[in-house]
Design a protein. Structure first.
Length: 278
């Protein structure tokens, strides 16, 4: 086990050394027995009802539900605000069940503590999903951060020949929301893998960053109360609740409007905006 690690640790030289060590351990029969029980659980899920809507458009979407924030002991939403933390959809649907929460915590710990085992299992599930989608004449797409904001472009399979999940599946579309301005800027500047699409997420404390992203031509997701306005601060609003396929949205500085759900209905932080034209 690698112990508790920060997100930045994965980019350090110490991580690369530990990575090499763990790769050797994974090939040792003596150690496989301690890892096998952790990777029997399914990593990818269908996510939520909105994700399933994509099937009507010919897309089979799956993603990863980690335990959000630091519920697992590991922070997976480093750019979160008080508002989005309280409004998180982690407890929506099956998330209300204790076994689901336990599974997400276990999955998150696996990612940080046995990352090679996690990535190997993830690659197998992605391959399997792609095959299943083809049999249904559908296209498989993936959202790695259903309840997290991990920089997947910095997570590598091999330190000797760095390869991300996007490199391993170059013909497959991946997408996410993020509150990281740095990540979003990289995306807009063409510095992220071409098969990884990002939409910036507004919170009650990142308005200046929202304005910068919009000025750069990026799309921003905003949560509204009761209804979606036609415009928000002068920018056209598109309906983000029709499906979850953000890479299909009109690009170039649009607001992706989302209606409040779950605990967000009780928001008083400013995370949820009023659904009136502005």
């Amino acid at each position: 086990m690698l112990g508790k690690l920060s997100n930045a640790w994965f980019l350090s030289s110490a991580w690369k050394k530990e990575l090499k060590k763990q790769r050797k351990l994974l090939t040792s029969n003596a150690n496989l027995s301690t890892i096998e029980p952790m990777i029997t659980q399914t990593l990818l899920t269908a996510g939520n009802a909105k994700i399933v809507k994509g099937e009507e458009l010919g897309y089979l979407t799956k993603g990863i539900h980690f335990a959000p924030a630091d519920l697992s002991g590991f922070e997976v939403c480093r750019w979160r605000s008080k508002g989005c933390t309280m409004a998180c959809l982690n407890t929506a649907g099956r998330g209300q069940m204790q076994n689901t929460q336990d599974s997400r915590i276990k999955k998150t710990k696996l990612f940080f503590e046995e990352q090679f085992a996690f990535l190997d299992k993830l690659a197998k599930e992605i391959t399997s999903t792609i095959k299943s989608a083809k049999k249904k004449a559908m296209q498989a797409v993936f959202r790695p951060n259903l309840t997290s904001d991990i920089a997947w472009e910095s997570v590598f399979f091999d330190e000797e020949k760095p390869q991300t999940i996007f490199d391993k599946f170059p013909e497959t579309q991946f997408y996410d929301y993020t509150k990281s301005f740095g990540r979003m800027a990289q995306f807009l500047n063409g510095e992220l893998p071409s098969n990884y699409h990002l939409t910036f997420s507004r919170s009650e404390n990142n308005q200046k960053l929202v304005e910068m992203v919009l000025a750069m031509g990026g799309n921003v997701a905003v949560v509204f109360r009761d209804q979606l306005p036609k415009t928000w601060k002068g920018f056209e609003v598109v309906n983000g609740d029709e499906n979850d396929l953000r890479f299909r949205d009109k690009q170039g500085g649009y607001i992706v409007g989302l209606i409040e759900k779950g605990l967000a209905k009780k928001d008083k932080t400013g995370f949820v905006q009023e659904g009136i034209n502005s």
